[in-house]
Design a protein around this ligand. Structure first.
Ligand SMILES: NC(=O)c1ccc[n+]([C@@H]2O[C@H](COP(=O)([O-])OP(=O)(O)OC[C@H]3O[C@@H](n4cnc5c(N)ncnc54)[C@H](OP(=O)(O)O)[C@@H]3O)[C@@H](O)[C@H]2O)c1
Length: 221
């Protein structure tokens, strides 16, 4: 498959590149700073941001044939890597980036988008732990959850095919088999985790298969 990755130089994004190339896919990555991704066979690195429609359209046109699917692993930038640090991105950074992507998908006839979201988005909120529900509302994490909620609503009404996986707390371990807790995470448990590498594998599975189309699977290890 030909895949366009957004957020490709992030902590999940780099696993996405690795695993996608291992699976034999052709990958295009749209990043603000191309120096962060070393050149390699099968990978086209393009300079730009999904926050600008013209940059997204450019990324769709890099090859004669449009991508078969887009994978989004964006995260609004913050003052540090800690999820509790102050947001530096505009409030609708992910929603606007995904809206630009959907516009370009429609122009180029690209059928599917897979967006990495989080447990707690949309109707999975009641299945977060009490602590995480507090964190979601009363810390800076509110900004990224509000943005993810907008993406969830807007993608579902966009008319494009989608998968919106909802992982819980992310770790940096190796890829492990993934368990799925429906669309809203019933039974996922308060201390559920999943590695970024496992998420990357699931995002690719969701592009390759139609099993989770138009769904929001809560995934954990
Ligand atoms: N932390 C957790 O435990 C947890 C749990 C569940 C779900 N999640 C979700 O997982 C997703 C991915 O997380 P992650 O830790 O892998 O992400 P990350 O390492 O923070 O990577 C974020 C990516 O977004 C890009 N980005 C940020 N601001 C940008 C901007 N203004 N313009 C263009 N690109 C921009 C970054 O590119 P640059 O290098 O150019 O900044 C980078 O590629 C997030 O949506 C997060 O909400 C996190």
């Amino acid at each position: 498959m030909r895949l366009l990755l957004l957020g490709a130089n992030g902590r999940t994004g780099v696993h996405l590149i690795e695993r996608a190339l291992e699976r034999g896919h052709e990958v295009a990555a749209l990043v603000r700073n191309p120096c962060t991704l070393p050149a390699r066979g099968g990978l086209d690195v393009l300079q730009g941001t999904p926050h600008k429609l013209e940059d997204v359209c450019k990324a769709f046109s890099v090859k004669e044939q449009s991508p078969d699917a887009v994978i989004v692993a964006l995260n609004p930038s913050r003052a540090s890597d800690s999820p509790f640090s102050k947001p530096m991105a505009p409030p609708r950074f992910m929603a606007d980036s995904v809206a630009n992507t959907v516009t370009a998908m429609k122009q180029h006839g690209v059928p599917k988008i897979v967006v990495m979201q989080a447990l707690g988005v949309g109707d999975s909120f009641p299945n977060m732990s009490v602590w995480m529900r507090w964190v979601r509302h009363w810390t800076y994490m509110k900004h990224s959850y509000d943005d993810h909620d907008l993406v969830d609503k807007e993608i579902k009404s966009s008319g494009v095919n989608y998968v919106l996986p909802r992982p819980p707390w992310l770790t940096n371990g190796r890829s492990r088999p993934v368990r799925i807790f429906g669309n809203n995470g019933h039974g996922v448990g308060s201390f559920a985790t999943i590695s970024r590498e496992s998420v990357a594998d699931f995002l690719l599975d969701a592009c390759e298969q139609d099993t989770w189309d138009k769904s929001t699977p809560v995934i954990a290890s």
